[in-house]
Ligand binder design. Structure first.
Ligand SMILES: C[S@@+](CC[C@H](N)C(=O)[O-])C[C@H]1O[C@@H](n2cnc3c(N)ncnc32)[C@H](O)[C@@H]1O
Length: 191
């Protein structure tokens, strides 16, 4: 069985076991991953963070774009998916962490992310958890950091704008379902 088909089956299994936590029946398409990562400067980043790494459809492309001395911290809550990520990627720049995104700060040390890639299914998460994670995101970014968020609807846009101030949106149609991509930056106060 080829890698892509194997990933899809593992992903589907994770979805059936926990649909609200996984939030999609297929991993993000290669084109949508590229469109999303094009919205931030991954090659120039020292620290990249990934939330909800799944079977690694974004992880692989992030590692391919990252510099040799950069670091990627990838959080995934499902231990079976964490095992797949650990078996799939043998790269000293990558640290896979089995924990909830709401505990992200504990895994970052002093640094903030230059690029934060987030594929969490916010619209199906429990509202309190969703709010805690969303409100922690700006504080996990470095001074010029960007959070790249993928969703399957525009529902989150106004909340992202309230939390970050500066949000750019793009739609990537070659994905099941079509993906809404958001690049979010903190708008610094004038003066
Ligand atoms: C829509 S899938 C995206 C997977 C992969 N990044 C992709 O694009 O194909 C969402 C992922 O977020 C993970 N997840 C859900 N809630 C989480 C949480 N609180 N912390 C970390 N990961 C979480 C799920 O287990 C699932 O792997």
């Amino acid at each position: 069985m080829n890698q892509q088909l194997a990933d899809r089956l593992r992903f589907l299994r994770a979805f059936v076991a926990n649909p609200r936590q996984v939030g999609a029946i297929l991993p993000t398409s290669r084109l949508a991953v590229r469109d999303m990562l094009d919205m931030g400067d991954v090659p120039g980043a020292s620290l990249v963070v990934e939330l909800g790494a799944g079977t690694g459809s974004q992880t692989g492309e992030i590692l391919a774009r990252m510099g040799p001395d950069a670091r990627l911290v990838a959080l995934e809550i499902d231990p079976r998916l964490v095992k797949i990520l650990q078996e799939r990627f043998d790269d000293p720049r990558l640290q896979v962490v089995c924990d909830s995104a709401e505990n992200l700060r504990e895994h970052l040390g002093d640094g903030g992310a230059d690029v934060l890639v987030c594929a969490l299914p916010f619209t199906s998460l429990e509202p309190g958890l969703r709010r805690r994670i969303l409100e922690s995101l700006p504080g996990a970014l470095g001074p010029d950091g960007v959070a790249l968020v993928i969703q399957y609807s525009p529902l989150l846009q106004s909340e992202l704008r309230r939390i970050f101030g500066d949000v750019r949106r793009r739609i990537s149609p070659v994905n099941v379902p079509p993906a809404f991509l958001f690049a979010c930056r903190r708008r610094l106060a004038d003066g």
